[in-house]
Every structure is written in C-alpha cells, then in structure tokens.
Design a protein around this ligand. Sequence first.
Ligand SMILES: Cc1cc2nc3c(=O)[nH]c(=O)nc-3n(C[C@H](O)[C@H](O)[C@H](O)COP(=O)(O)O)c2cc1C
Length: 408
Amino acid sequence: MKESNLFTPAKLGPITLRNRTIRSAAFEGMCENNSPTQQLMDYHTSVARGGIGMTTIAYAAVSHSGLSFPRQLWMRPDIIPQLKELTTAIHAEGAKASIQLGHCGNMSHKKTAGTLPVGASGGFNLYSPTFVHTLSIEEIRQIALDFGEAVRIAVKAGFDCVEIHAGHGYLISQFLSPFTNHRKDKFGGSLDNRMRFMRMCINEALSAADGKIAVIAKTNMRDGFKGGLEIDDCITIAKELESLGLDGLVLSGGFVSKAPMYVMRGSMPIKTLTHYMDCWWLKYGVKLAGGVMIPSVPFKELYFLEDALKFRKELELPLIYVGGCVSRSGIDKVLDSGFEFVQMGRALVNEPDFVNRMLNGEERCGCDHTNYCIGRMYSIDMQCHKHLNDLPKKLIKEIESINKKNGI
Ligand SMILES: Cc1cc2nc3c(=O)[nH]c(=O)nc-3n(C[C@H](O)[C@H](O)[C@H](O)COP(=O)(O)O)c2cc1C
C-alpha cells in the first residue's frame, strides 16, 4: 500500500501548507454589518487549531452589489484591521488563511445589495425571487476592477490565498452558463465570449496579488441541470483558468438557482430552511414549492471524484478536490489519484478538529449529511445540529426522518 501523503507539506503557488487539507468555503453567516466578528474568528481559529492546512473564509462579496446575505462579508478598506486580527489568529495556530471572493449577481435582493440585483442578462430570477438588471459594459469593467481591489485588501489583511468563486451559479458562472447568459455583445454567444468576464476578473485578481499570495478559483465541472454547462465546456473553462496562471483549481459543480443540491448532495431540510426565515411570504412560498424548486440529489462519499479524474487527466496545475470527503481512507484515495489537496466543508462544520482526529487514528467524521447547517445558514448562521440542544421538536423530527431515509 502506498504511504499516505495527507500529513506532508505541499506548495500552492508562493505558499506552503503544512498538510494537504483545506477547509472549503462554507458560508458562515457570522458577519454582522458585513464585517468580521468574534464568532467568525472563534470558528476559524478552532479549525486552524484542529490541524487544517489552510482555512477559507467563505463567500466575501467584492462590492456592495455582490452581497446576497445580510450577514455576509463585504470587502472594503475599513474592515482591514478586523480581517488582520482574523488572519493573525489563524496563523498563530499554524494554518494558512484563504478568503473566497465573489459576486452573487442575480442571487440577491435590493435590500441587501443596495441596488436591483445585476446579472449577465436581466429578467426575473424566480429563485431569489427578484427582477434583475442587465449589466452594461462599463458596469462589467467596474466589477472586474472590484475583484482586483478585493484582492489588494486581502493582501493587506494578511491572507495567504484568495479563492475566486467562478462556479455555483454566481456572477462569473452566470456569464459562463448559456442558461443565464443571453447577451448579444462580446460577453455572450460563444463560450469564448462567455469566458470574457471570467478572464477579466481573474486577470485583475492575479495582477493585484502580484505573486505575493496564492490565487485559486472554484469552478464547475457541470452546472448540474439540463440546459446548463456540461463537462466538455467546463474542461475548456478549466484549461482557460490554467492558462491565465492560477496557482490551483477547486473542482465543484451545481447552480444555486437551478440545482443547489448538486453542490452538496442530499436533500434540503425544508422545515429547517423555512423555520428560520423571517419574510412571511417567502416562508410560505418555500414551504409550498421548496421540495420542487430544490430537488434532492443522493449523497455518496467522494461524489465528484469520477468527474474530477477527467479534469486531472487534462490539466497540469495543482487540483483541489472537494465533495464528500468524510473518511481518512477516502481522502487518501483522492490524494493517491493525483490531487494535490482536499477541501472539506461539512466534516469541519461538524468537527472543526477532524484533521487532528484523523492524525490520531479517526477514520470517519461524525457528519450525517442531513444538511441542517445549510438550511440554517441562509437565515442565521452555520451550525451543526449536533452542537445544539435547544432545537424545536419539528426540526428534530425532520433530522430524524432524513436520517431514516438515509439509513442512519
Ligand atoms: C453550510 C455550507 C455553506 C456553504 N457555502 C459555500 C460558499 O459560501 N461558497 C462555496 O463555494 N461553497 C459553499 N458550500 C459548498 C462547500 O464549500 C463544498 O463545496 C460542499 O459542501 C461539498 O463539500 P463537503 O462534502 O465536504 O461538505 C457550502 C456548504 C455548506 C455545507
């Protein structure tokens, strides 16, 4: 049997991680006033203390118009001191600090984004639900510049890496996907045209990082629904990302407005999701239509590995595998298949110290994939139900019934 390299250091562009593990960007919902909080710092410090190679602060918006949630981070100069405190605390535990940068595009509300949500193409986004403004060429240029500015802020705040969110149906992905991009100008039509906005954002990010920190991107291997991007186009996109000079790629899939569970698998706990919502009409809408609008996709360990191996064959740059890493043997299998790093989301929501536990012989994480954390994250914050002892009865029942369906 090949010796495991899980606990060996490895380079990611200009930085070296102490091992092959990265906490994936999993939205925390812990940023009151769109700024870092003690709660955010405590969570990421616990992951860092728990042995991770690098932890990723999730889903920070590059501009006000890029915010989809009220408790989401918004990159702006006045939060640099708090971000610096956060990276210092992570570094003190021996881990590297990364931050995911994105723009939600049409997945927002005027109240949160300060403006009518924007997109590659306008119209009505039923999932949010909201009308959407078609971005002008000038506005497109400004958002690409915002990516660069956000990277400059990340460098000043002491981050070691930035992860550009180019997947999951957020703005860059809305430009890439023929489902959301109906433009007739140089940003629409052919795949090459649809990649133009992505290229602009990545180039701005790379030039702002200037080799001082690592720049990686999270990209889709498939959008996960009929009419979205399939694997061949996604391989072309990944090759384009590689040629732009990124230090690594995170391979994921799914589209929040069409196939959200394709990202994480399992089912969305609708009772949990609606229980925490405070907008009454959305609550009732989701209660009625949530099951249809958010279709379940079965969970299995390493659910993206088959597709990810096809990308491994076509690319040279370091690849970061994400999706269903729940056991030591599974993670070793991924690393043995030629991936340089693994990202984990739910395993570390459940057990922030899962990496050290594996070091001490633990085989499997305690996450049951009922996805309570996801249902809750949309309205309050990211928490694992296993750490809460004041859950209402109806939510306990929902968790039990999902577990029963999953044979747990
Ligand atoms: C609570 C939660 C929040 C998430 N938020 C984000 C996010 O902000 N950005 C992102 O790219 N992926 C997000 N994801 C997806 C994860 O990063 C990861 O791709 C997915 O959960 C699969 O990994 P896992 O099986 O290890 O959980 C989220 C996942 C969870 C569970």
